[in-house]
Design a protein around this ligand. Structure first.
Ligand code: FE
Ligand code: FE
Ligand code: FE
Length: 239
């Protein structure tokens, strides 16, 4: 990806040239360095180097670092699979935290519709956890949760809204926003995981992830509509 970008923008910044030139000489045995040298030679031996050469030297550096650690360049498919599993454990943890948080949010909500929306999504969340367990099973793994600090922070913010706006007119609108922050985190993770599953040819996993993604998107929309309706109702009450 990086080398493509580098290759497509050969005219970009010459400022980085000398630093990258140094980096290239440091890995003199690599192909990248050879390419960089020949680029330099072509440009009359000056320090001028194209971004293509610079990018290649960076790539060569990171590859040689990875090789030094594992003894061989890691296989891309294996690495993507490892990434998928890491994300699966992360979202599994996140969903379990969300399952605990939703009753809290339902309890805090003043409007019956919003209470119902949170309660309904709690049910869906329980089902989503089940789907994630099916993904683990499909991969021959036991479900394992890995702490996700991002969701903890987002849920913590939700608690702040409940505390800071308790008894205030904007409480429910605030809860919609807090809920949407959770949904957006989930949407970002599930869409990324869906592409990884598709890339890995894991069709069943991709379908299960997509089912969760669809519910998060639906909930996000529902919470947006609830907030709009609450704001309109406040306007009407004021008029
Ligand atoms: Fe969820
Ligand atoms: Fe996370
Ligand atoms: Fe959700």
């Amino acid at each position: 990806m990086a080398s493509t970008a580098g290759a497509s923008t050969p005219t970009s910044k010459s400022k980085t040239t000398s630093a990258n030139g140094k980096a290239a000489s440091a890995s003199a045995t690599s192909r990248a360095a050879t390419a960089a040298k020949s680029t330099r030679a072509k440009s009359g031996g000056k320090a001028a180097m194209t971004d293509e050469g610079a990018t290649a030297s960076v790539t060569a550096k990171s590859t040689s670092r990875a090789s030094a650690q594992s003894g061989a360049a890691p296989d891309m498919q294996e690495s993507v699979k490892e990434l998928f599993v890491a994300m699966l454990k992360d979202i599994y943890y996140a969903e379990k935290q969300i399952l605990k948080a939703l009753p809290r949010m339902a309890k805090a909500a003043r409007s019956d519709e919003l209470k119902q929306a949170f309660e309904q999504h709690r049910e869906e969340t329980a089902g989503q956890i089940g789907r994630l367990e099916q993904v683990f099973a499909a991969m021959g793994m036991k479900p394992k949760a890995e702490q996700c600090e991002a969701i903890e922070g987002i849920l913590e913010e939700g608690k702040e809204v409940m505390e800071d706006f308790k008894g205030k007119p904007a409480l429910d609108v605030g809860l919609c926003g807090a809920g949407r922050a959770v949904e957006h985190y989930e949407i970002a993770r599930y869409s990324a995981m869906k592409s990884l599953a598709q890339h890995l040819g894991m069709k069943d996993a991709a379908k299960l992830i997509d089912a969760n993604l669809a519910e998060e998107m639906k909930t996000d929309k529902l919470l947006d509509q609830s907030a709009q309706a609450l704001l309109l109702a406040k306007d009407a009450a004021r008029a």
